[in-house]
Design a protein around this ligand. Structure first.
Ligand SMILES: NC(=O)c1ccc[n+]([C@@H]2O[C@H](COP(=O)([O-])OP(=O)(O)OC[C@H]3O[C@@H](n4cnc5c(N)ncnc54)[C@H](O)[C@@H]3O)[C@@H](O)[C@H]2O)c1
Length: 354
């Protein structure tokens, strides 16, 4: 693999910091893609990578995604992302989190961190002991936004999925609309509960079959194996597990007129957005539909900085605006013939001055 600084993912970043703390064993990358709209906000991923260059690539792609996501969500935040390189036993210690907090503090507020895959609320509380540039902290009595972003992400996807059904199928409700949900974790599980409440017909799959079956029993849904969920004949395929599932094979397997779900980086390559459009499948760009979590953590952070309480109703209001952005993208896509992901990227790049 070429040196990371020659990679195309690298060269549109403002700064990329490699953090090493020998006493704690911490190795981390903090990628700041853009601070054009405000401090770079984006979570910290804790993951074991077979090759460190894959960690760099992940950080770079995810931080650029955060710039686009924050801009399209109308937040006064730029985009960044941190990756902590875990060992093969996923050893995570308080010393490591403290050293990571010190590294975030040393960036002086250019990067604001939060939870991501492998990092939970308790970890953020540990990081917050060393830096104030943290969000996603527990919200206490539930009257304020903040804490685990998963439920807010799920709520935003629910609104966006309804918008997709209205745009593509001309339906204002979800009664009997068949949704195939890939991944029933924090986001997919929360989404499935909201869809069930509206009378949607659900087919669920998770690599952890026990988890999918328990949720199916609770909601009166069906389950299928994780290897076949993408081929289920349905109205909406909702990816809420892994990225890069919309590759040549994945796009060919789909038997649904809509793809609307929360997984980050769903398109394996940009050309797969065009491949979906060529098949007549409506795509809800991932970073637009899954912005609910960052909306919550960003508003929590901004409120805390000004010594205020973040009103959960303000977050709910902003989540309800996700459909407006999607409709604008789809209208532009219909008018121009460009795929929705291409339209969304162009809108986001304009917003961040690129
Ligand atoms: N949590 C958030 O607020 C948030 C925000 C934006 C985007 N996302 C993205 O949404 C996705 C899900 O996040 P989450 O927080 O729900 O994670 P999670 O770990 O709670 O849930 C993910 C679920 O997917 C399952 N899974 C993994 N591989 C699978 C496969 N091949 N087939 C079926 N199921 C599989 C896992 O077993 C797990 O149950 C991720 O791509 C994440 O990056 C999450």
């Amino acid at each position: 693999m070429a040196a990371f600084w020659t990679e195309s993912d690298f060269d549109d970043h403002e700064t990329v910091t490699l953090v090493r703390d020998a006493p704690s064993g911490l190795t981390a990358i903090v990628a700041i893609h853009s601070t054009h709209l405000g401090p770079a906000a984006g979570g910290t991923r804790f993951w074991h990578y077979a090759d460190p260059s894959l960690a760099m690539r992940d950080a770079l792609r995810l931080s650029r995604g955060m710039s686009y996501k924050n801009a399209m969500a109308g937040l006064p935040m730029g985009g960044g992302k941190a990756v902590i390189l875990a060992d093969d036993k996923n050893t995570k210690t308080p010393e490591m989190l403290a050293a990571f907090g010190d590294a975030v503090q040393a960036l002086g507020g250019r990067y604001i961190t939060a939870e991501d895959v492998g990092i939970g609320e308790a970890d953020m509380v540990a990081v917050a002991k060393r830096t104030s540039f943290v969000s996603g902290l527990p919200s206490g009595d539930g009257s304020a936004a903040g804490g685990d972003p998963g439920p807010f992400t799920a709520m935003g996807i629910y609104h966006g999925l309804k918008a997709a059904v209205a745009h593509k199928l001309g339906r204002d409700d979800l009664k009997g609309v068949h949704v195939a949900v890939q991944g029933t974790g924090s986001v997919g599980g929360g989404l499935a509960r909201l869809l069930a409440r509206d009378g949607a017909r659900l087919t669920l799959a998770d690599r952890n079959a026990v988890r999918a079956e328990a949720l199916a029993e609770e909601l009166g849904a069906q389950t299928v194996g994780a290897d076949v969920i993408m081929s289920v004949s349905c109205d909406v395929f909702s990816p809420n597990a892994l990225g890069a599932i919309l590759n040549d094979e994945g796009v060919a397997r789909l038997d649904a007129p809509i793809v609307a779900g929360g997984a980050n980086n769903q398109l394996a390559l940009p050309e797969h957005g065009a491949a979906l459009a060529a098949r007549g499948i409506l795509y809800a760009p991932d970073y637009v539909i899954n912005a609910g979590g960052i909306i919550s953590v960003a508003l929590e952070y901004l409120a805390r900085q000004s010594g205020e309480h973040c009103d959960i109703n303000e977050v709910r209001l902003r989540l309800k605006q996700i459909p407006e952005r999607l409709f604008a993208i789809w209208r532009e896509s219909d008018a121009s013939g460009r795929s929705p992901d291409e339209v969304a990227d162009a809108m986001a790049q304009k917003l961040i001055g690129r």
